[in-house]
Design a protein around this ligand. Structure first.
Ligand SMILES: [Fe+2]
Length: 320
């Protein structure tokens, strides 16, 4: 099913659903910093409704255009620890770093105000494989039977970037991966989030878990793992996911507050290069209104360029 929004700047922005619960393809737009407000509003509304949206054939985009477009959705923020590929906001996702995002996760949840949106652009794609999957975490919460919703509503979880990449692999850890891990964990973060986040724009309840979760607060490791596995299984149900094969020039944007994603590691040693610009989010709150909090360090340090995650959302409160 396709619907068109006709505007002066963008004659026909089309939104075509792909999955039943997540994913749509958007046509009729040429992404860039010069996109008109009506087209941006149509994209934002599709993004909130469908959680991840795809724009094929945006080959004209370079780093500047990518960043300028992302800035129409909010304030771009750099990764808290990993230096960008262009000295600004473009994070390089590069198979040559050795790291693989083949774990279900939400981007940067080890800080409180993790990004609201991620805008990912395919630069070099492998000859086969390398797909990405996304899951709708609002649909996952809605799937939970009422007693499990009530249980999840009261839980808090600790998220960290102290992530043991080596534990995910058998055999030797390649030098490039060891170096990447050292950079990734150069500052060690620990953040407490609600397991159920109330989405600040849609009001939906979403499950906030993923591979940065260390444990559920107040539980033993064993109970914690059992509960995480139980809830995470609802996120990963095939009905709640969509899978996309990349072509060079494709752009995907996801609502990082209502999704998890997974990069499939099945391209062998073939080169796969993507660029990601993230847009700042705000501090999550649980169903009882309790916000997330940073446990360590005392503050999110400023990255090598731009503002730390959460700084743009914190500004209005600071001046109020
Ligand atoms: Fe990611």
């Amino acid at each position: 099913m396709s619907s068109a929004v006709t505007t002066a700047e963008a004659p026909a922005v089309t939104v075509t659903r792909i999955g039943g619960r997540i994913g749509a393809e958007i046509g009729g737009v040429r992404l860039g910093g010069d996109l008109g407000p009506a087209a941006v509003a149509a994209i934002r509304s599709a993004l909130l409704a469908h959680k991840v949206v795809f724009f094929p054939g945006q080959d004209h985009l370079d780093e500047d255009g990518h960043e300028a477009f992302a800035a129409l959705l909010g304030t771009p923020v750099a990764h808290p620890t990993v230096p960008s590929a262009d000295g600004r906001y473009a994070l390089g996702i590069d198979s040559r770093h050795g790291a693989r995002a083949n774990q279900w996760h939400t981007d940067v949840t080890f800080v409180p105000a993790y990004p609201a949106f991620s805008v990912l652009r395919a630069v070099t794609v492998p000859p086969y494989g390398g797909d990405t999957l996304w899951a709708n975490t609002a649909a996952a919460y809605a799937d939970l039977p009422a007693p499990l919703q009530a249980l999840a509503d009261g839980l808090r979880a600790l998220h960290t970037n102290e992530y043991d990449y080596a534990a995910l692999r058998t055999g030797d850890v390649p030098d490039a991966l060891a170096e990447y891990r050292e950079v990734f964990t150069s500052t060690s973060f620990l953040t407490e989030h609600p397991v159920v986040r109330v989405h600040p724009e849609t009001g939906e309840r979403t499950l906030l878990l993923g591979s940065f979760v260390q444990r559920i607060a107040g539980l033993t490791g064993r109970d914690s793992r059992a509960l995480i596995d139980l809830l995470q299984a609802y996120v990963e149900r095939p009905e709640n996911t969509v899978r996309r094969h990349w072509r060079a020039g494709d752009v995907a944007i996801w609502d990082n507050r209502a999704t998890q994603h997974y990069g499939v590691d099945d391209s062998g040693d073939h080169e796969r290069v993507l660029r990601r610009v993230t847009v700042d989010g705000d501090v999550p709150v649980g169903p009882d209104g309790t916000p997330s909090r940073l446990l360590s360090p005392e503050a999110v340090p400023a990255p090598s360029f731009g503002i730390p995650s959460g700084a743009s959302a914190a500004e209005p409160a600071a001046t109020a």
